[in-house]
Design a protein around this ligand. Structure first.
Ligand code: SAM
Ligand code: SF4
Length: 321
């Protein structure tokens, strides 16, 4: 079992299989004034899988595939199947923008994928174009329909922003509710790669908007999920991810692996250790030692909203949010 210095059990690994993306979301990578990691520096799926085995053997029970946009990486279904065949009980999930989901959802499900999280910030094509930098909404919604049709469980992530999509909070919630999908509103997290003038809604502002239409109870946190949950009178549950809140990191159970093999203990900070060399050499003990050290050095909390807060320089497209 992996336990950090604050007695949190770390059993959740998020694996970014690429930092590349077909969208340019304003809060993530509105432009690309940098160069991508060269393809030859990426770990192959076989190499990533070698590390997945180490992590599973050390106690990881949940793996989420993310990016960048994970569906840009060829043969993703084969990677999913490798993990599934090694340990079918792993809670195997993916976060995607859904643009390429139509036509791939069935293969991913057959390979062993159980759940997906999809980012839907708006239901208005023009706003989707403004947020993502291209006309994406039709493909996204068709991708979601297909995922539901093939039997994948779907959760929706929405990042509410002032002067952008804040007036759609109810519409997106109703869209999800009508399809049996849960929704999580994510507070915009400042980072130095995002567009400069974004103003995200904080939890209290979201709750004010929602309470004008619904009444709901506050359920607090549930297990290790980062969401603060609320249940509406008709039983529908929604979540809010509040990284600025004081107690957000208390139940954190996750670490992150980038496509190059950097293992990152916290989404906010730049600190990372590479497992690439050990994995490439077949040094399984070395990779396990790096994993344990990263867990040991996991910080107690992020610095969003703290008195000593700086703008985080950790890129979301690299770590997968
Ligand atoms: N491309 C996939 C997608 O968009 O779902 C997976 C990667 S994306 C980095 C993962 C999640 O991070 C998305 O739900 C996205 O909305 C969220 N995200 C990215 N930048 C963010 C930011 N600055 N603040 C809050 N959430 C952010
Ligand atoms: Fe791409 Fe996801 Fe980042 Fe949007 S949030 S640019 S879809 S990685």
């Amino acid at each position: 079992m992996l336990i950090d210095s604050y007695d949190r059990v770390v059993d959740y690994l998020r694996v970014s299989v690429t930092e590349r993306c077909n969208f340019r979301c304003q809060y993530c990578m509105p432009e690309k004034p940098f160069s991508w990691v060269p393809k030859e520096n990426l770990l192959t799926f076989e190499e990533l899988f070698e590390f997945m085995k180490v992590a599973i053997d050390e106690g990881v029970k949940k793996i989420r595939i993310t990016g960048g946009e994970p569906l840009l990486r060829e043969d993703l279904d084969k990677f999913i199947k490798m993990i599934y065949d090694y340990e079918p009980s792993i809670d195997l999930a993916m976060t995607t923008n859904a643009f390429l989901l139509k036509g791939t959802a069935q293969r991913l499900k057959d390979a062993g994928l159980k759940r997906i999280n999809v980012s839907i910030d708006t239901l208005i094509p023009k706003i989707a174009q403004e947020i993502a930098g291209k006309d994406v909404l039709k493909n996204v919604l068709e991708g979601v329909d297909e995922a539901l049709r093939v039997g994948l469980k779907v959760k929706v992530n929405m990042v509410p922003m002032n002067n952008m999509n804040a007036n759609e909070i109810i519409d997106v919630l109703e869209y999800c509710k009508a399809r049996g999908m849960s929704i999580r509103f994510i507070e915009y997290m400042e980072n130095k790669f995002a567009k400069a003038d974004i103003s995200g809604l904080k939890s209290d502002e979201l709750l004010k908007i929602l309470s004008e239409k619904y009444s709901f109870s506050d359920d607090g946190f549930d297990g290790t999920s980062p969401s603060h949950y609320y249940t509406m009178d008709d039983g529908y549950r929604f979540g809010i991810i509040e990284p600025y809140a004081d107690d957000f990191c208390k139940q954190c159970n996750r670490i992150r692996l980038t496509a190059e093999g950097n293992l990152i203990p916290c989404l906010y900070f730049d600190e990372a250790m590479s497992i690439a060399e050990s994995i490439k050499k077949g040094d399984i003990k070395g990779a396990a030692a790096v994993l344990k050290e990263v867990v040991r050095t996991k910080p107690e909390k992020n610095r969003w909203g703290g008195d000593d807060a700086e703008v985080s320089s950790r890129a979301f497209y690299e770590t997968g949010g």
